[in-house]
Design a protein around this ligand. Structure first.
Ligand code: ZN
Length: 205
């Protein structure tokens, strides 16, 4: 890492898509780009998705990426009772341990980001050994009208405008995300940024 280079953490939510824009193999394509570029990223894995796509899910860990828990059912956390929340997070964790063979703690991301500012949700997560990781830059890569061009340009602008420690939200299933990723990696590197996993952001003020 260059001394003083701004750090950017690309984070991918690996989950069942909620839109019909998921060509088969999209997550694998993303993993290929990261491998070829030598980039270690962070993946928030939905438990149910891991069980349905065990080969791809396992590869995330095998390729050396940092793994977080993205719940089991991908329900909006504030809708769950304390007990329901604990059960869902535990189920997601169990799936990740069984399929990927890693412990996702302490990394958690609330589905849809909902609950990131809810003390009850955050307290329950903390009791389970988790801290929620929200994001600084969102690219709306889930929207049907977003092209790879939009996603790539906004990722570069957003991450560089934020400066050191930018956390970028991406998803494993939209085709434009996989298409934009080589340009995002190249563009950030050309701008002098260091691409890191979340744990490398520890020590941020
Ligand atoms: Zn999600």
């Amino acid at each position: 890492m260059n001394e003083g280079a701004p750090r950017v953490a690309l984070t991918f939510d690996a989950e069942h898509p909620d839109r019909p824009r998921c060509p088969p193999g999209n997550a694998e394509r993303i993993l290929d780009v990261l491998r070829d570029a030598g980039v270690r990223s962070t993946f928030f894995v939905q438990g149910r998705w891991a069980r349905s796509q065990p080969g791809t899910a396992r590869r995330i860990a095998r390729d050396g990426h940092l793994v977080g828990n993205h719940s089991n059912y991908h329900v909006r956390m504030p809708y769950l009772s304390d007990e329901g929340l604990r059960a869902d997070v535990a189920e997601g964790e169990e799936a990740i341990r069984e399929v990927l063979g890693v412990d996702p703690r302490p990394w958690f991301r609330c589905p849809f980001g909902e609950g990131h500012d809810d003390p009850r949700v955050l307290g329950a997560l903390e009791g389970l050994g988790y801290r929620n990781v929200h994001w600084d830059v969102e690219l709306e890569d889930w929207e049907p009208w977003r092209t790879a061009e939009h996603v790539a340009l906004d990722a570069l602008d957003g991450a560089l405008a934020h400066g050191d420690g930018a956390i970028v939200l991406l998803h494993t299933w939209p085709a434009p995300t996989a298409e934009a990723l080589p340009r995002i990696v190249e563009g950030l590197r050309r701008a002098g940024a260091a691409l890191v996993a979340l744990e490398d952001l520890e020590g941020l003020p």
